[in-house]
Design a protein around this ligand. Structure first.
Ligand code: NI
Length: 139
């Protein structure tokens, strides 16, 4: 955020006990001000809504853990990734042990397509864990 960003000031009425808890929480987390903390909460709420409804554009990571001994999983993963080249910016593959592979995909694109890619990969036989972490680029 640049210093040229315009801001809107709002007044809100809150339960004093809740505000006290919130203040102690944000102090513990190291926020410099209530405005910063509340801004983060609002951004998270807007981001969650966008992700839930599948609207807008997002960037983030898809982390998967899979067993490459499961027949066909490597080919299916490659096939899916080639089908989604416009959403995948980069991939990193780490051989965890004899059977397990960790892969991190950096993804960017429409939330709908990125979520579809994540769901398809997670549904593959042999993929034990799949976690998509994305943040909107449109808010
Ligand atoms: Ni591997």
């Amino acid at each position: 955020m640049g210093s040229t960003m315009t801001v809107a000031r709002v007044g809100v009425s809150l339960d004093p006990a809740l505000l006290e808890k919130f203040d102690s929480l944000i102090k513990e987390k190291g926020y410099p001000s209530r405005s910063e903390a509340i801004g983060d909460l609002l951004r998270r709420a807007v981001a969650e809504e966008a992700l839930e409804t599948g609207t807008g554009e997002a960037i983030g990571t898809l982390t998967i853990l899979y067993d490459h001994h499961v027949r066909g999983v490597t080919e299916r993963l490659l096939h899916l990734q080639h089908h989604h080249i416009s959403e995948i910016l980069s991939t990193t593959h780490i051989h965890v042990d004899e059977r397990s592979c960790l892969e991190v995909l950096i993804v960017r694109g429409s939330v709908r397509r990125v979520k579809r890619l994540a769901a398809r990969i997670a549904a593959l036989k042999g993929v034990r864990h799949g976690e998509l972490v994305v943040t909107p680029t449109t808010t």
